[in-house]
Design a binder for this molecule. Sequence first.
Ligand code: 9YT
Length: 172
Amino acid sequence: MKLYETECFSLRTPDISDGSAVWQLIRDAGSLDLNSPYCYIMLCDIYRETCAVACSGTDIQGFMSGYRCPDKEDTLFVWQVAVSEKSRGRGIAKAMLQELLNRKGNEHIRYVEATIAPDNIPSRRLFTGLAAEHGTECKVAEHYGKHLFPEWMNHEPELLFRIGPLRKRHHH
Ligand code: 9YT
């Protein structure tokens, strides 16, 4: 008999005590720029309203960090999106993005920005998919070029994706 995957995920706003687990998730995800534990604790505290975690039981399997652009009130900058290897391919990143945008207090967000390395196909799909769902534009521009990073990093260039305007939403 075939067994179907029944694991459920819940989405929520992170809190200060999630910072360390988020750091581990980002470290293990592999392809992201790992920041300090302090940085993730801060994101889960000060920026919690624009961040989301996806949990299976008490395990954090997904994280999305973001902040409102200081110079653009209507723009959410999505900083990092990570889903643990075992939980990929289930639409968790998309669900986190929707949860964030539908949250009370985030109704005024009309644009989403993110920088993505050219070879990060899942992230590209996530943001071009958001544009398609909202029937809106997805502009892509060179942003943080390779030359801006320390040479030893051999860091990929980061392309800026700007999606919007988004349709008007009502919070849950
Ligand atoms: C959307 C996303 O995850 N961007 C990653 C930006 C950068 N490479 C980082 O902070 O890891």
